[in-house]
Design a protein around this ligand. Structure first.
Ligand SMILES: [Zn+2]
Length: 200
């Protein structure tokens, strides 16, 4: 089932998510619904706060990043064959994730967010991240990621920490965006998927 996506201005996006256990009610359905909601909105990741639940759960599928069409030579140049192959299969469920290390060079990527429709900004993040998490079967993993896979995990991880990518841009850029962000929180925006506006 496609769920409505909570948008900017809803306090649930600012809550630090709580850990869950394997008996969390309706977990399997919730995960399936989150994937469906993400695919429906053409996203590569979605976190539980974005569907209104302040729990430490997010899902990712970076396959769209691996779609290199012939016209897009620039992308082909930027991504190695190895990274494209990895992104094609980087579909994961992250439960109770904890970033244990971030390192490498800071690099900029033009990020967007299903909760902040039609706004994109360059965000600087470190290139490599090591994350500890449980999968949908509550099997524990420790994974080190870089490039776009790291980027998606860092973005979604921020969600379960109550942070948004707009927190990471310069105060100047944020000031320029203030009007648009306030429009979103007041329901004055268009999105290509179902959204939920917070009623004050
Ligand atoms: Zn987001």
């Amino acid at each position: 089932m496609v769920l409505p996506v909570v948008v900017y201005g809803d306090p649930v996006l600012r809550k630090v998510g709580v850990d869950i256990d394997k008996n969390h009610e309706g977990l399997e359905t919730l995960i399936a619904n989150m994937f469906e909601t993400m695919y429906n909105a053409n996203g590569v990741g979605i976190a539980a706060p974005q569907i209104g639940k302040a729990i430490r759960l997010f899902v990712v599928d970076t396959a769209p990043f691996a779609e290199v069409d012939e016209e897009d030579e620039e992308k082909e140049e930027k991504l190695s064959k190895k990274e494209i192959e990895f992104l094609k299969n980087f579909k994961r469920v992250f439960i109770n994730a904890k970033i244990i290390e971030e390192k490498g060079e800071e690099w900029a990527f033009n990020e967007g967010c299903l909760s902040i429709p039609k706004i994109r900004e360059d965000v600087l993040r470190l290139s490599t991240v090591t994350v500890e998490y449980y999968d949908q079967h509550f099997k524990k993993h420790t994974e080190t990621l870089d490039g776009l896979a790291a980027r998606v995990v860092q973005h979604e991880y921020d969600h379960i920490e109550g942070k948004l990518f707009t927190d990471k841009i310069s105060p100047f850029k944020r000031k320029l965006l203030a009007g648009k962000l306030s429009d979103i929180s007041n329901g004055k925006f268009k999105a290509d998927y179902k959204t939920k506006i917070y009623k004050k």
